[in-house]
Write a protein that binds this ligand. Structure first.
Ligand code: PEP
Ligand code: MG
Length: 900
């Protein structure tokens, strides 16, 4: 019989796949002897079965009963006992944390009878009825799918009648009436009354949590965070402990270090007389953890001890949810906490310095996406700015945008390419769409542990929360400033998530210190003194030392090449030569296309050659001593001619004026018509151009080789590699290679520099090339995988069209989790790369292999390329540090060295 339910003593922190993060860590804490309320966990397997079959596995209910009985024995109370009932919570908990995205039902076990028992044993009828109304409300909304507003409006009416806005002002009689009205809503909306039988409540709640795995916001969150859709959630059934029993009780969230700034020292929020949901929702303002010491010293001291124990045990920043019930501390959750990119780098190095982890482990605690965050621009300190408020620095960064007060609207504006700041009193999980769409998030309520802060940090999005002096009215869509000025939707604000400052209007941005570090403009002592920069420096050094994969850059100009080099590129993996045919060279390209005789053609090529040579000299000089892979012309030639529509319009205008086009315009028009292709990406491009347009590739090769000779004569160490694009058959490459070798002999003779050894290789960017790579390697001296075209041609997706048109549909339907143009499709395109790498090296042992498609700078793809033994990846200069870091992480054997 499959085991679907685990006692705490049967779990541990490594069973996250089965027990979810929360369940695995509750078990771990229990086994460490920490005070965890008696609990058990229903596995993700049960959830997956439920979602697949529409019903739970038949043996699950009996296993739950068995574990409920064990808890009943342990604490001496029975579920549903009319005199002194056991109450339990039912909480979701997936392998990866999805804060607030799934469901929770508290106070299971209360019914019309046991509520009286609870009132009697606690001597607190108000508490008992408040707990009952919470159960009815959560059960109604979550399990029975009744619109939550129906319950909220009853509560609001009751508060209005009392003239208060605070739930705590409702007395027991008010709550009894609310309970009756809630029950009536359920009976009316659901046809059957609220189930009085606790076991039925429990089973229904478990099913609802299973279903919440597929709620709209959970699906959206997973897509955003790239969490696989098929993991399912575990469900934790925990004995209720109450933080809302009065002032000697409370609930809080704590971090063993500051998750926003990475500062050492505990950090958190505490709320007296409250339940957990009240803290996370950010509805009431909390006190800091330090202030908790003043209200409950014993519980505070115990908590501090436990936090130190947990950090020592997990060797990482932990976040914790706890409750104090009548001065007794209970641990409700812990996990290795989410943190900002800045905190991640700092904390990894702090832990090394504290002797708790090795340098290699520290490298696994950060990732390329976080490094990208640190390279985003920040506000210019010296720029003029008008500060209008200050909140908590909940998630760092600089964001500028127009105010928008509602989430769907924010998504709509962002889709039009507008930049928005989502301004809300507080956010709740339904705001996820707006948070994803916005540049930054601004709230007037809630602390660093509020929903907005937790989710924004997880997404790496700038967030300022709890800016109380800014009155945000989401209905009126206004924000009133302390001086009475009213800002409306559409007006621009700038928010600084690193300091919490809010400014009116647009504030100028500058490069952050981490970019200055990569640019090489910081002195050694400046690096030393800035904790973040120093941490980046240390971890990059470890990555560089450890990685096998080399990192090159895609750069087409001397300037880009220099920046790439400063950023640590070990050469150029792709120099696209097409821009050398643009600008003032366009007329020369036109001449080439329009040439009618071989002489005219040669004259056009002769005019282009010196200009190209000049470009190559510049690039080879910038990358002196390092390899530079130069790709011969790839795009169809008509891309260099005016668009057909433009010419037709010119023609029509001329005719309207009773005139005709000039002779050369007519020729161009005829050429454009002649060269028009239905599918230019599958047309006359790449090596086909070299074969069809006599002399074109030879001219480019000559320019490269002459530039090389010139650099050598100037005392340089140029290392060009000539690359032929879009080869499908070895014959194409052989013909081109022979032609280029001939040029090499000629240029060698002319210049007196031996250029016959310059490597000539090819791109592998067509499925046929990948499949016949063994043959192609007979001619190719290196391969560079053009994974952009390879993805395009393997999937049959036009790369310029599909992403914006139907990819969101594909992602929503789970056909893929992320665009295959962004992260390599390992199962399809990756297979072709693997086949080509293997068969290429069988033909030519030691064949040098690289990647120059966009995937070369994508963290997950870098891990894949490393795993299949490629020699290097090449990416845009700005992503070079990311690729270096990920290549270092990929070569590690520590936990976490797989991608994530
Ligand atoms: C590729 O196809 O992956 C590639 C690098 O070439 P381009 O993007 O220029 O087609
Ligand atoms: Mg290509």
């Amino acid at each position: 019989m499959t085991k679907f339910v685990y006692a705490l003593s049967e779990g541990n922190k490594d069973l996250k796949d089965l027990l979810g993060g929360k369940g695995a860590n509750l078990a771990e804490m229990h086994n460490m002897g920490l005070p965890v309320p008696p609990s058990f966990t229903i596995t993700t397997e049960a959830c997956k079965a439920y979602l697949a079959e529409g019903a739970e596995p038949p043996e699950m209910a009996a296993q739950i009963d068995e574990h409920v009985e064990k808890i009943e024995q342990e604490i001496g109370k029975k579920l549903g006992d009319p005199n002194d009932p056991l109450l339990v919570s039912v909480r979701s908990g997936a392998k990866f944390s999805m804060p607030g995205m799934m469901e929770t039902v508290l106070n299971i076990g209360l019914n019309d009878k046991s509520v009286e028992g609870l009132a009697a044993v606690t001597g607190n009828p108000r508490f008992a009825y408040d707990s009952y109304r919470r159960l009815l409300q959560m059960f109604g909304k979550t399990v029975l799918d009744i619109d939550g507003e129906k319950f909220e409006s009853v509560l609001d009416e009751a508060k209005d009648a009392k003239g208060t806005k605070n739930d705590l002002d409702l007395d027991v009689d008010d709550l009894k009436k609310i309970v009756e009205r809630f029950k009536a809503i359920i009976a009316e909306e659901h046809d059957t009354p609220f189930p009085q039988e606790p076991k039925e409540q429990l089973l229904e709640a478990v099913r609802a949590v299973f279903r919440s795995w597929n709620s709209e916001r959970a699906v959206l969150y997973r897509r955003q965070e790239r969490i696989p859709t098929d993991l399912g959630t575990a469900v934790n059934v925990c004995t209720m402990v109450f933080g809302n029993l009065g002032q000697t009780s409370g609930t809080g969230v704590a971090f063993t270090r500051d998750p926003a700034s990475g500062h050492q020292g505990v950090y958190g929020d505490y709320l007296q007389n409250a339940q957990g949901e009240d803290v996370v929702a950010g509805i009431r303002n909390t006190m800091s953890l330090a202030d908790m010491e003043g209200v409950d010293k014993a519980a505070y001291d115990e908590l501090m001890g436990i936090m130190a124990t947990l950090e020592g045990h997990y060797k990482d920043l932990c976040d914790i949810e706890f409750t104090v019930q009548d001065n007794k501390l209970w641990m409700l959750q812990t996990r290795v906490g989410k943190r900002t990119a800045e905190a991640a780098f700092k904390i990894a190095c702090q832990l090394v310095d504290e002797g708790s982890i090795s340098e290699a482990e520290a490298l696994q605690r950060v990732n390329g996406d976080q490094l990208v965050q640190l390279m985003f621009p920040r506000f210019d300190e010296s720029a003029p700015k008008e500060k209008i408020g200050k909140g908590m620095n909940a998630s760092p960064g600089a964001a500028v945008g127009e105010l928008c007060f509602n989430s769907p609207k924010a998504a709509e504006l962002a889709a039009q390419g507008r930049k928005v700041i989502l301004a809300r009193r507080e956010t709740n999980p339904d705001d996820l769409v707006g948070m994803i769409a916005a540049q930054g998030i601004l709230t007037s309520r809630g602390g660093k542990t509020s929903h907005a802060a937790v989710v924004a940090r997880g997404m790496g999005k700038t967030c300022v929360c709890g800016a109380e002096e800014l009155l945000i009215d989401v209905n009126a869509e206004t924000m009133t400033l302390p001086d009475g000025t009213v800002m409306k939707a559409g007006e621009v604000v700038s928010i600084n998530g690193t300091t919490g400052d809010v400014f009116k209007g647009e504030v100028a941005v500058v490069d952050p210190p981490v970019v200055q570090y990569f640019e090489g403009t910081l002195s050694e002592s400046e690096i030393e003194q800035d904790e973040l920069v120093h941490a980046v420096h240390r971890l990059m050094t470890i990555a560089d030392k450890q990685r096998a994969l080399k990192v090159r850059a895609n750069a087409d100009t001397g300037e880009d090449a220099l920046r790439a080099r400063r950023f640590g590129a070990q050469g150029i993996g792709l120099c696209r030569t097409e821009h050398m045919f643009l600008g003032d060279r366009r007329p020369l390209v036109e001449k080439l296309i329009l040439a009618e005789t071989p002489q005219e053609k040669q004259a056009a090529l002769d005019a282009l050659a010196p200009k190209q040579k000049g470009d190559f000299v510049e690039i080879l000089e910038a990358m002196d001593g390092l390899p530079v892979t130069i790709r011969l012309l790839d795009p169809p030639l008509h891309e260099f001619l005016p668009a057909q529509s433009e010419l037709i319009a010119q023609h029509a205008m001329a005719q309207a004026r009773g005139m005709d086009l000039k002779e050369d315009q007519k020729k161009i028009m005829a050429a454009v018509e002649r060269m028009h292709e239905q599918n230019p990406m599958l047309g006359l491009r790449g090596v086909r151009l070299g074969l069809v347009i006599a002399g074109l590739f030879e001219m480019q090769a000559q320019a490269i080789l002459e530039a090389t000779a010139e650099r050598k004569k100037a005392g340089g160490d140029p290392q060009p590699e000539i690359m032929i694009p879009l080869v499908a058959a070895v014959q194409e490459l052989e013909i081109m290679k022979d032609a280029i070798r001939k040029v090499a002999v000629e240029v060698s003779e002319k210049t007196g520099v031996d250029l016959t050894q310059v490597p000539i290789g090819t791109m592998i960017e067509l499925p046929r090339a990948a499949i016949t790579a063994g043959e192609i390697a007979e001619a190719a001296e290196f391969f560079s995988f053009g994974t952009n075209d390879l993805t395009q041609t393997t999937w049959g997706f036009s790369r310029d069209d599909v992403e914006g048109s139907f990819f969101s549909n594909y992602i929503e339907r789970g056909i893929f989790g992320v665009s295959p143009f962004e992260t390599l499709d390992q199962g399809g395109v990756g297979k072709l790369v693997e086949i080509a790498a293997k068969s290429g090296r069988e033909t030519r042992p030691g064949l040098h292999l690289g990647v120059c498609g966009e995937h070369g700078g994508d963290p997950a793809s870098v891990h894949f390329f490393n795993a299949i033994g490629l020699d290097y990846v090449s990416c845009s200069p700005f992503r070079v540090p990311v690729a270096r870091l990920e290549a270092g992480r990929a070569s590690g054997t520590e936990e976490g060295s797989d991608f994530r």
